[in-house]
Design a protein around this ligand. Structure first.
Ligand SMILES: Cc1ncc(COP(=O)(O)O)c(C=O)c1O
Length: 399
């Protein structure tokens, strides 16, 4: 039966999919069911960090699948500690809780923050400060700190006592954070919200709020973390010191892996039995994470992202100078947004016709999250395609 018909009958219709069926991948390319090749500048929304069908990842997963896939968290296995140690040396946060997605990682952050204040005996601490345009997932907790009302309203009531602050408004943050604040929740570069980096002044206000109120800081690095922006974590660029960090996406290179990185003082407040998951940190997931973390650190992938990221940025800024429809170029490393003066939908459609995958976020923003392994030649190819897409999108709107 036709893929789309079968899905139409039996898959819950929560997604508006583009009309294309992908059956295989190779590096920065995907191939559809008719063998056509697409340049993937989105990597499954920031996930396929090592590119598609990466041989090292494939070999490791096949080997692990033949050895042992899963045991549950009732027992030890050799790989969780290894992944946690590598994450600790990248982040400076000594402990990791493993889960299976970014949403679960954020849910863990929110629970651990609550647990911290519960252990401290501070029953006044129930509030959260979250940023306008932030996105943290769709579970009840993570949705409660997600800005978009379209996502939140049908599921009310969510967590109470969330105070919203415009990202970048230091004065508003100063007013919002108080001795009732459990945690301040940030993305160093907001992803779904339109690729919006936080600035130095706002970061200083976050630090000030932490010091003044004692509120914990939760850094959601699910999209902007783990090397995506040319540094290990986006919060490091801002000199921030979070107590809890959520990661996911790039970590598994396509395997569903999420993690919460936890400071020593928060870890000290957590007891056995406080939180858990059947699959979190199983052997297959950890093996994937080890392949990715090895590539990132000892394999030189972090330096590669920095180098090709700079080429990408220069090219995007040159495109913006020539295309009046581009209002602003925002991002870092291999995380970029082209903020347009108009809705980005026709541009995404023009890209698909050219067999290029990009995505629209925050209505007017073209988002680019290519695989970390994209080469200089492929960056050139991407820039050439984007040049044509910007022209064709404008023409389509005018037609
Ligand atoms: C910053 C951020 N946090 C959390 C999430 C949720 O992650 P997941 O979709 O893996 O549950 C996302 C997903 O896009 C994200 O970008």
């Amino acid at each position: 039966m036709d893929v789309k018909v079968l899905e139409g009958e039996h898959v819950l219709q929560t997604y508006r999919r583009a009309p294309v069926v992908f059956t295989r991948g190779e590096g920065v390319y995907l191939f559809d069911d008719e063998g056509r090749r697409y340049l993937d500048l989105l990597s499954g929304i920031g996930v396929a960090s090592l590119g598609h069908a990466n041989p090292a990842l494939a070999d490791a997963l096949a080997d692990q699948a033949r050895t042992l896939v899963h045991t549950s968290n009732l027992y030890f296995h050799p790989l969780q500690g290894q992944v946690a140690a590598r994450l600790a040396s990248l982040s400076g946060l000594p402990r990791t809780f493993f889960c299976n997605s970014g949403t679960e990682a954020m849910e863990g952050c929110l629970k651990f923050a609550r647990r911290f204040w519960h252990t401290a005996g501070d029953s006044e601490r129930t509030g959260l400060v979250a940023l306008e345009h932030g996105f943290h997932g769709r579970s009840i907790g993570s949705l409660s700190v997600t800005w978009d009302e379209h996502y939140r309203t049908p599921f009310a009531p969510l967590l109470q006592n969330v105070v919203w602050v415009p990202a970048g408004d230091a004065a508003a943050l100063r007013q919002a954070a108080s001795a009732q604040t459990t945690a301040i929740v940030i993305e160093a570069i907001q992803g779904e919200g339109g690729v919006r980096p936080l600035g130095a002044e706002f970061a200083a206000a976050v630090k000030d709020a932490q010091a003044r109120t004692g509120a914990l800081l939760i850094a959601d690095e699910v999209q902007c973390g783990l090397g995506r922006t040319g540094v290990a974590f986006g919060y490091q660029r801002l000199g921030l010191e979070p107590d809890l960090v959520a990661v996911g996406k790039a970590l598994g290179g396509g395997m569903p892996v999420g993690a919460v990185l936890v400071s020593e003082r928060v870890a000290a407040a957590i007891s056995a039995g406080d939180h858990g998951t059947t699959y979190g940190g199983n052997l297959l997931a950890c093996r994937a994470a080890l392949v990715f973390l090895d590539a990132l650190t000892s394999g030189g992938l972090q330096d590669h992202v920095k180098a090709v990221g700079a080429e990408f940025e220069a090219g995007l800024r040159a495109l913006a100078a020539r295309h009046a429809v581009v209002r602003e170029v925002r991002g870092a490393g291999l995380m970029w947004g082209l903020d347009l003066t108009v809705d980005a939908t026709p541009f995404v459609q023009a890209a698909l016709r050219r067999q290029v995958l990009i995505n629209r976020t925050a209505e007017t923003v073209i988002r680019l999250l290519p695989p970390f392994v994209i080469s200089s030649a492929e960056v050139e190819q991407a820039l050439g395609q984007l040049d044509a897409i910007l022209t064709e999108g404008v023409q389509e709107r005018a037609a």
